[in-house]
Design a binder for this molecule. Structure first.
Ligand SMILES: *[C@@H]1O[C@H](CO)[C@@H](O)[C@H](O)[C@H]1NC(C)=O
Ligand SMILES: *[C@@H]1O[C@H](CO)[C@@H](O)[C@H](O)[C@H]1NC(C)=O
Ligand SMILES: *[C@@H]1O[C@H](CO)[C@@H](O)[C@H](O)[C@H]1NC(C)=O
Ligand SMILES: *[C@@H]1O[C@H](CO)[C@@H](O)[C@H](O)[C@H]1NC(C)=O
Ligand SMILES: *[C@@H]1O[C@H](CO)[C@@H](O)[C@H](O)[C@H]1NC(C)=O
Ligand SMILES: *[C@@H]1O[C@H](CO)[C@@H](O)[C@H](O)[C@H]1NC(C)=O
Ligand SMILES: *[C@@H]1O[C@H](CO)[C@@H](O)[C@H](O)[C@H]1NC(C)=O
Ligand SMILES: *[C@@H]1O[C@H](CO)[C@@H](O)[C@H](O)[C@H]1NC(C)=O
Ligand SMILES: *[C@@H]1O[C@H](CO)[C@@H](O)[C@H](O)[C@H]1NC(C)=O
Ligand SMILES: *[C@@H]1O[C@H](CO)[C@@H](O)[C@H](O)[C@H]1NC(C)=O
Ligand SMILES: *[C@@H]1O[C@H](CO)[C@@H](O)[C@H](O)[C@H]1NC(C)=O
Length: 740
């Protein structure tokens, strides 16, 4: 197996990233996030070996659905296309040349050369987890600035449009639209004429509207109409007609588009004030949520607590652009500084993961009967992506580090629906449910108890997340409220985790399996976590019982889980030749529960033919060997940057080919938030101590927790001689490509 792998790796490494002609900083990802803020506002530029902003059309996250989004410019009367792939009969224009792409946690910035002028297009999807209004607003900015590149002054006009494809992924439904304006803002609003609440077709919500807006500054014109007509008008005249096409029709019938133009006037080599646009997708009723007696409660996006109309929200959003850029730069720098303490590869992987994770969630509140919002019950919903499951416990769990690092309260609001639902008594099983529903945005539970059965996985995950949230916030009251259900799941862990029955874990590739090593330690850490919860809430009897039990389980687990040679942890007990990836030990480190002092052996991931990127980083976070940690991270980055994929980052990849392991699954998922595992190992409070002493929770300027120095070195790495020998051997034979 190993030598076959080696041969393939040599062959695979012959293919590098294609010949891109621009600089890509930090690297060319599989897809560049353009406007990524919710499961329904998710526009990406597929890359593969590299695509310029004007080589192809942007795509919805699914990768099989174009989002028409075109950009032209006129420079001294000559027209250039700088975004999208439009063809406009009977017109003449050239293609701008991409000079650079740079991306951060919140921004993707392109410089496109249009003859003697450079256009800088900044796509900013804000990440503001400390303000739920801002974070839940499903709007994304893009701005254009222009500067001369030859020292001379040039007349510049720019043009942008979006198509009806932003509201529907199929060409059949009738759509309608309107343009409204004021002195402040002009907005094109587009929607399906016959909406269906809470319903999806091809992952597109059949409800709500798309908003394309700009500040109504001097030099702004707009138009709605057929694509080739409106684009031709700009290409010929550099200005639009300020008219509306009211012949409502499906998206692909004479392609209606929603356009703006802006006249910069004379542009010199100091960049002109950027022209700012926003694009968004919003609906009033976001999620349908199960309450007592199989009732349904409508959850609205949190931002409606501050704004009563989208016009107000858009006006506030566009008006705040300069401040939003300042805040975004602060956030990006704080994340980058924190992650660069590990490595620059780590900083780029983290930056690539942030928007993808936040783009899969919606922060919501219920409405009182009088129409006001109940801000005391913030519930966040997550779409698994590439599977419409709602708040899947083993998808929230891997993404958890991002929430701990940015704002643990969002984490709480993600697990709260699961706690409320199961406390309502409607879910019949004694273990924790797998998810809140199979069809986002219907969080309608599984009252039949027939959800995917991952009993230890999900029960352990919930107790671990509950404790880790409390450790970072000192917020204990809700642990008392949900103590009974957490304890019920712990009873299950006590009965079943040391010798786990045949069952699925999140490692679904392994299929159902008995005695899974990694699953057992998750359950045992879960028992210890419940012991800590008991202690923090004053139940010292239970603390003593559970921690004693967990300690005795750990001793037995170490014997069961180690291969006969003592060289590694197995995938399942007694399967001496198997290798398990015990990323669940990360939870023990995260919680500081010290349930296990087993010799950890991340080196075994060397042998796996496909890897989960999130679990790789969790494993990296459990070693104190910084060389091992850095090698694991660099292997993941090598895959993420290898030019062989074009969908939003897949968390599951083939370690030989460097491609996503399954072309139809595991991409665009929020679990990449797990890449922040090393950043989340900070700020743990001792919730049992009256003064909450612990490593504390100092914050950076972004409000994100600051690493305590040496936190990644907290545990002793004690690899056995055998695995160390293998480790060295692996390096010397050059077993390196996507593995190490
Ligand atoms: C382009 O020009 C040709 C020749 O004048 C004309 O037949 C055709 O209709 C034009 N197409 C469009 C889309 O204007
Ligand atoms: C998290 O967000 C909530 C709600 O906006 C806010 O009250 C809280 O201060 C934030 N927490 C941190 C650590 O910034
Ligand atoms: C949220 O956005 C508003 C502008 O709408 C801004 O004033 C405020 O500072 C933002 N809050 C945070 C925490 O970034
Ligand atoms: C834009 O502002 C100008 C000047 O105040 C106003 O005359 C015009 O009607 C506005 N445009 C729209 C579409 O409202
Ligand atoms: C467009 O359709 C929506 C949903 O049916 C409807 O509420 C709205 O009035 C329509 N708008 C126009 C301009 O026809
Ligand atoms: C959600 O439930 C409603 C019925 O309440 C149904 O019409 C809709 O199709 C469901 N959504 C999905 C995505 O299945
Ligand atoms: C699971 O492991 C235990 C302890 O080694 C063993 O007694 C039991 O037979 C194993 N179960 C299965 C199904 O292999
Ligand atoms: C702890 O374990 C003992 C012995 O099994 C039992 O009698 C006692 O009730 C347990 N206490 C708690 C709080 O579970
Ligand atoms: C694994 O090794 C142990 C110790 O040598 C042995 O008792 C056990 O039977 C082996 N298990 C398998 C499945 O071969
Ligand atoms: C776990 O181990 C660390 C390092 O040895 C120690 O500082 C910490 O107090 C221990 N935690 C518990 C709960 O025993
Ligand atoms: C936490 O605080 C409690 C009570 O002061 C103390 O007994 C315990 O040892 C502390 N744990 C750690 C890990 O410091």
């Amino acid at each position: 197996m190993r030598s076959i792998a080696f041969a393939s790796l040599v062959a695979a490494s012959a293919f590098g990233v294609g010949a891109i002609t621009w600089s890509a900083t930090p690297f060319t990802p599989a897809a560049v996030p353009l406007a990524v803020r919710s499961p329904y506002l998710s526009a990406w530029l597929p890359q593969g070996a590299g695509n310029a902003l004007n080589d192809i059309w942007p795509q919805f996250w699914t990768g099989n659905s174009i989002l028409g989004w075109a950009g032209f410019a006129k420079v001294d009367g000559s027209a250039y296309v700088w975004m999208g792939s439009p063809s406009v009969p009977n017109t003449t224009f050239s293609k701008a040349t991409q000079k650079s792409l740079k991306w951060t946690s919140t921004q993707s910035i392109f410089v496109m050369t249009a003859g003697p002028v450079d256009l800088t297009i900044t796509f900013l999807s804000p990440v503001e987890p400390n303000d739920f209004v801002n974070q839940s607003l499903p709007l994304s900015y893009y701005s254009i600035s222009a500067a001369s590149n030859d020292g001379k002054s040039h007349e510049v006009q720019v043009y942008v449009d979006i198509s009806g494809e932003w509201v529907t992924g199929t060409s059949n439904p009738l759509i309608n639209w309107s343009t409204t304006g004021s002195t402040g803002v002009i907005t094109h609003q587009v929607q399906i004429a016959n909406p269906i609440a809470f319903s999806e077709v091809n992952d597109r919500i059949q409800d709500g509207a798309v908003y394309h807006s700009t500040l109504n500054v001097t030099g702004t014109t707009y138009q709605t109409g057929q694509d080739i007509v409106v684009r031709a008008l700009f290409i010929n005249n550099g200005i639009l007609a300020n008219t509306q096409d009211t012949n409502f029709r499906p998206t692909s019938t004479n392609w209606p588009i929603f356009a703006f133009a802006h006249d910069f006037g004379a542009v010199t080599d100091s960049p002109a004030t950027p022209v700012v646009y926003s694009v968004g997708h919003s609906r009033k009723n976001a999620v349908q949520y199960i309450i007592l007696n199989n009732g349904r409660q409508v959850q609205s996006s949190y931002f409606w607590t501050r704004f009563s109309t989208m016009a107000d929200a858009i006006s506030s959003f566009l008006g705040d652009y300069n401040n939003a850029v300042t805040r975004a730069n602060q956030f990006d720098n704080a994340v980058s500084n924190d992650a660069n303490r590990v490595s620059s590869d780590y900083a780029s992987l983290v930056a690539l993961s942030v928007r993808q994770t936040f783009g899969a969630i919606e922060i919501t509140v219920p409405q009182h009967s009088d129409g006001s919002f109940d801000t005391s019950n913030v519930l966040t919903f997550m779409k698994q992506m590439r599977d419409a499951s709602v708040n899947t416990v083993d998808v929230i769990y891997p993404s958890w580090p991002l929430f701990l690092y940015t704002n643990a309260t969002i984490g709480k609001s993600l697990i709260m629906p699961l706690l409320q639902y199961q406390t309502s008594g409607q879910y019949p099983n004694r273990w924790c449910v797998h998810d809140m529903g199979s069809n986002y945005p219907n969080a309608t539970g599984h009252n039949d108890g027939l959800d995917t059965k991952m009993p230890i996985e999900e029960s352990g995950n919930m107790v671990i997340m509950a404790l880790s949230y409390a450790q970072r916030t000192d917020d204990l009251s809700w642990l008392k409220t949900y103590f009974a259900i957490l304890d019920q799941w712990t009873q299950f862990l006590i009965a079943d985790s040391l010798i786990p029955q045949n069952q699925l874990s999140t490692d679904v590739f392994a299929g159902p399996l008995a005695n899974q090593t990694n699953l057992a330690i998750k359950g045992i850490v879960g028992i210890q976590a419940m012991a800590e919860i008991a202690r923090a809430t004053g139940d010292t009897g239970r603390y003593t019982n559970y921690s004693t039990l967990a300690a005795s389980y750990v001793k037995q687990w170490q014997q069961f889980a180690t291969s006969s040679t003592g060289s590694h942890l197995t995938l399942s007990y007694g399967d001496n030749d198997s290798w398990g990836m015990t990323y669940n030990l990360y939870a023990d480190k995260l919680l500081g529960t010290n349930a296990s002092e087993s010799p950890l052996d991340p080196i075994h991931i060397l042998l796996m033919l496909s890897l989960y990127s999130d679990w790789s980083i969790w494993t990296a976070a459990t070693t104190t060997r910084s060389d091992v940690r850095d090698q694991i991270i660099s292997a993941v980055v090598k895959y993420a940057a290898d030019g062989k994929n074009s969908l939003p980052l897949s968390d599951w990849y083939d370690t030989i080919a460097g491609t996503q392991a399954d072309p139809s699954s595991n991409y665009a998922r929020p679990v990449v938030g797990g890449h922040l595992a090393l950043l989340a190992l900070q700020g743990v409070q001792n919730i049992s101590s009256p003064d909450g002493s612990g490593s504390g929770n100092p914050t950076t300027s972004s409000g994100s927790p600051k690493p305590t120095s040496g936190s990644v070195h907290r545990w002793q790495y004690t690899a056995t001689a055998v695995s160390s020998a293998f480790f060295i051997a692996a390096f010397t034979v050059g077993f390196v490509d996507y593995l190490l």
